[in-house]
Design a binder for this molecule. Structure first.
Ligand code: ADP
Length: 374
C-alpha cells in the first residue's frame, strides 16, 4: 500500500518534500496553519498544530508524522506516541531543538564542543557572566526565537530586563560572544534503525540574522575539519536520538575550532543546495529517513554549489512571477525554486542553486539570477 507521510506545518519545507515524495511513490498530507500556504500542492488539512485532537485526527490518516517546523508542543507529540503513532523526530529528540537551554545541557552531556554558556535568572547572574567574559555576551530566549529574533548582544545586564520579565522565574540562556571567522552547517540523516548519512560541511552566510547564501562544500575546509564536523554531526544525531534530517549550525572560531550554535531537526535552509548539488536531496533523504527506508548517497555532484535565498521579492511590489521568468531567461544554468508565497519584505519566497567546477562560477550564476529580485 502507498505510504503516507503527514507533515505538520504548511511552509516551503513541506512543499519541497512533495517532488521527491512523488518520485519515491509516497503520498504527502499536510496539516497547515491556514489556507493557501506554500505546501498547498499536497493534500492539505487546515488546523491548529497545538490542539491535540486536531493533530490526532490528522495523524490517524498517515503512516508517519514529521514536521516543517519545531513548534508542536511536547504534550501533543507525546499524545501521538502514546496512541502508537510513528513520530519522527520523536518528542525526546525534538525537545532539544525546541529549547536552547535544554539543548545546551544535553550537548554538554554528549561532549559536543560549545561556546561557554549558562542559565541565568537574574540581572546579577547575567552581570557576573558578562564580567567573566570580557564585558559582552549573547543573551537568548530559550524558546520562540527564529531568524535572529530572540538573540541579543549585550554589554550590560539591564539590557535583558524585558526577557527576564517575559520568562518570569525561568532561566534564559547566556553565551560567550564567539569571535568567529565564519558560520558553517553540518547535516546528517538518521533512520530509526540507526543508519546515518552525513552530508558535506557547508558555509552559511547570514544577513540580518537570516540565511542569505550557502557554499557547498565549505570553501578551504581542510580534510580534518570536514571529518571533525561530520563526527560532531553524527555524534549529536546518535546521542540525541534524532530521526530524519538534523542540521548542526556551527561557528568556526578565529583559532580554528568548531563550536555548536544550534540544532534543527528537519530539512534546513543550509541544505537547499542538495536539491541540485547532491545525489540525494535533503528532502528525499528526510522522507527516506522518517519512513525507515535505506538512505541515499549524500555525495556532492559538482565541485561547488552555491545557494542564494530570494527574500521578499522586488522592492517595487511588482508581480514576482515575471521576475522568476526573467531570471530563468538570463541564467539558464541557475536552478530557480519558488515557494508560491506572496512577497513581503524579508520573507523567504524562493532560492536559487547553481553548480559548477569552480565556486566563483557557481556564485556568479546564482547571484546573477537572484539579482533579478533585488
Ligand atoms: P535563531 O534561533 O534565531 O536562528 P541563533 O542562535 O542561530 O538564533 O543566532 C542567530 C545568529 O546570531 C547566529 O547565526 C550568529 O550570527 C549570531 N550568534 C548567535 N549566538 C552567538 C554567539 N554565542 N556568539 C556570536 N554570535 C552569535
Amino acid at each position: 500500500m502507498t505510504k503516507r507521510v503527514g507533515v505538520i506545518g504548511g511552509g516551503q519545507l513541506a512543499r519541497m518534500m512533495i517532488a521527491p515524495a512523488s518520485e519515491l511513490g509516497v503520498e504527502i498530507a499536510v496539516l497547515a496553519e491556514q489556507e493557501g500556504m506554500s505546501a498547498r500542492l499536497a493534500a492539505t488539512r487546515v488546523g491548529d498544530y497545538a490542539d491535540v485532537e486536531t493533530v490526532r485526527a490528522f495523524a490517524r490518516e498517515v503512516d508517519v508524522v514529521t514536521f516543517d517546523h519545531e513548534h508542536v508542543p511536547q504534550e501533543v507529540l507525546r499524545a501521538l506516541v502514546a496512541d502508537g503513532i510513528a513520530v519522527h523526530p520523536g518528542p525526546d529528540a525534538l525537545r532539544f531543538a525546541q529549547d536552547k537551554l535544554v539543548m545546551r545541557r544535553r550537548l554538554a552531556e554528549v561532549g559536543a564542543p560549545q561556546p561557554d554558556w549558562a542559565p541565568v535568572s537574574t540581572r546579577d547572574e547575567l552581570a557576573e557572566f558578562i564580567a567573566d567574559h570580557g564585558g559582552r555576551a549573547v543573551v537568548k530566549t530559550p524558546r520562540g526565537g527564529y531568524d535572529g529574533k530572540g538573540v541579543r548582544v549585550v554589554s550590560s545586564a539591564d539590557e535583558a530586563d524585558d526577557w527576564f520579565a517575559a520568562f518570569a522565574g525561568e532561566a534564559i540562556l547566556v553565551e560567550e560572544l564567539v569571535d568567529f571567522r565564519r558560520e558553517l552547517a553540518q547535516q546528517v540523516a538518521r533512520r530509526p534503525s540507526g543508519e546515518m548519512m552525513p552530508y558535506v560541511l557547508v558555509e552559511t552566510v547570514q544577513k540580518d540574522g537570516v540565511c542569505a547564501e550557502v557554499f557547498a562544500p565549505a570553501p578551504q575546509a581542510s580534510p580534518r575539519e570536514l571529518e571533525v564536523a561530520a563526527e560532531i554531526g553524527t555524534s549529536i544525531a546518535e546521542g540525541l536520538g534524532v530521526t530524519g534530517m538534523l542540521a548542526v549550525e556551527l561557528f568556526e572560531t578565529t583559532d580554528g575550532r568548531l563550536l555548536v550554535n544550534e540544532l534543527a531537526m528537519r530539512p534546513h535552509n543550509s541544505g537547499h543546495w542538495t536539491q541540485d548539488g547532491s545525489v540525494t536531496s535533503q528532502f528525499e533523504q528526510h522522507l527516506r529517513a522518517v519512513l525507515d527506508l535505506p538512505l541515499g548517497a549524500p555525495d556532492p555532484l559538482a565541485e561547488a554549489t552555491c545557494m542564494i535565498n530570494i527574500l521578499g521579492g522586488p522592492q517595487d511590489g511588482s508581480a514576482i512571477d515575471g521576475r522568476f521568468a526573467a531570471a530563468m531567461l538570463d541564467q539558464p544554468r541557475a536552478k530557480i525554486h519558488t515557494y508560491g508565497k506572496d512577497p513581503r519584505p524579508g520573507r523567504k519566497v524562493g532560492h536559487v542553486n547553481a553548480t559548477s567546477d569552480e565556486l566563483d562560477d557557481a556564485v556568479y550564476v546564482a547571484r546573477a539570477a537572484a539579482a533579478h529580485f533585488g
